[in-house]
Design a protein around this ligand. Structure first.
Ligand code: CP
Length: 332
């Protein structure tokens, strides 16, 4: 660990400029790899005793979370502050959204204050795209929109895998649970398919997107397959990723029952024994322990769940840097 060093790391990779980061579906493999490299440099800053560099001094970042969040909201704030940006947090409650101001008018107001970047989480799929197409100077980063996308979660997941596996290409990654309603799964699938992983989706057939269940090649990347039987899906896996089950889905008739779900799709010690001996266990959080993941697994040495959170700060530093200063490259 470096303690208070004035020596700053260098972002060797040239991050191509991107004012808006909305999902990974339009990222090339090189762009993803460059962000992973930049996040590694940021991780070095994060591991220092004095966690501060001047890279984004004078920039204003606003986080606007219209849904609950712990990991994403705090890590974006921490990331911005570590890069010396001024970070202002707003939420639905306490802002003029409560008086009926539209999302676009709220964003235009923040842009008029000369904010440089808006990090937004919204329950509405597509809201960050709508804002990005209507703002002319303020960038937009999607921190999770409805059931659609959560690109920075996918990037931090890729970072965590690459740190442990060396290369993600060809790795077998099993994503388990409610893929249909998961913005994390959707972005992970885009990112993993782009970097060449073999993705296997497992869960109740009612929770797998129909086009993927049917193997519709127009909507399913070649390296993504479906295996509803988790005992078969998990065989030889390099990465086992459980998704959070939203309990209200059982009430909506998409799950036989929570007990049945746990019996067939919980990541348990017995199931994990079928994966590779050093397989990584991941979960985006927050977890329902004893439902989608056994507590003994969630807190075992194989679980990377807390490391995902740590890498989330580094990745969000890289994303802020790319949006606000990435075109320059060079020293942090
Ligand atoms: N993974 C994730 O998005 O967690 P939060 O809802 O706590 O931000």
């Amino acid at each position: 660990m470096t303690t208070g060093s004035q020596t700053l790391p260098r972002v060797e990779a040239h991050l191509s400029p991107r004012r808006h980061i909305l999902d990974l579906d339009d990222f090339t493999r090189d762009e993803i790899e460059s962000l992973l490299d930049a996040a590694e440099a940021m991780r070095e800053v994060l591991d220092r005793d004095i966690k501060k560099v001047p890279s984004l001094r004078g920039k204003v970042v606003i986080t606007m979370f219209l849904e609950p969040s712990t990991r994403t909201r705090v890590s974006f704030e921490q990331a911005g502050k570590m890069l010396s940006a001024d970070v202002i947090n707003i939420s639905g409650s306490g802002s003029s959204a409560e008086k009926g101001e539209s999302l676009l008018n709220t964003a235009l107001t923040l842009q008029a204050m000369r904010a440089d970047l808006l990090v937004v989480r919204s329950p509405q799929s597509g809201a960050p795209y709508f804002l990005a197409s209507n703002l002319d100077s303020m960038g937009v980063v999607n921190a999770g929109d409805g059931m659609h996308a959560h690109p920075t979660q996918a990037l931090l997941d890729l970072m965590t895998m690459r740190r442990h596996l060396g290369s993600i290409e060809g790795a077998k990654v099993v994503i388990i649970g409610d893929v249909l309603h998961s913005r994390v799964a959707r972005s992970d699938i885009h990112g993993l398919a782009t970097v060449g992983a073999q993705v296997v989706l497992s869960g109740p057939p009612t929770m797998i997107p129909l086009e993927m269940l049917r193997g519709d090649v127009r909507h399913t990347p070649a390296n993504v397959t479906v295996e509803p039987d988790l005992d078969r899906a998990i065989e030889g896996a390099d990465v086992v990723m459980a998704l959070r089950i939203q309990k209200e889905r059982a009430a909506a008739g998409l799950l036989p029952s929570m007990r049945e779900y746990t019996r067939r799709w919980m990541v348990s010690e017995a199931r994990l024994a079928k994966a590779k001996p050093n397989a990584l266990v991941m979960h985006p959080g927050p977890m329902n322990e004893g439902v989608e993941i056994a507590s003994s697994i969630a807190h075992s040495p194989r679980a990377q769940i807390e490391e995902q959170v740590t890498n989330g700060v580094a990745m969000r530093m890289a994303v802020l840097y790319q949006s606000l200063a990435g075109q320059h490259g060079g020293d942090l």
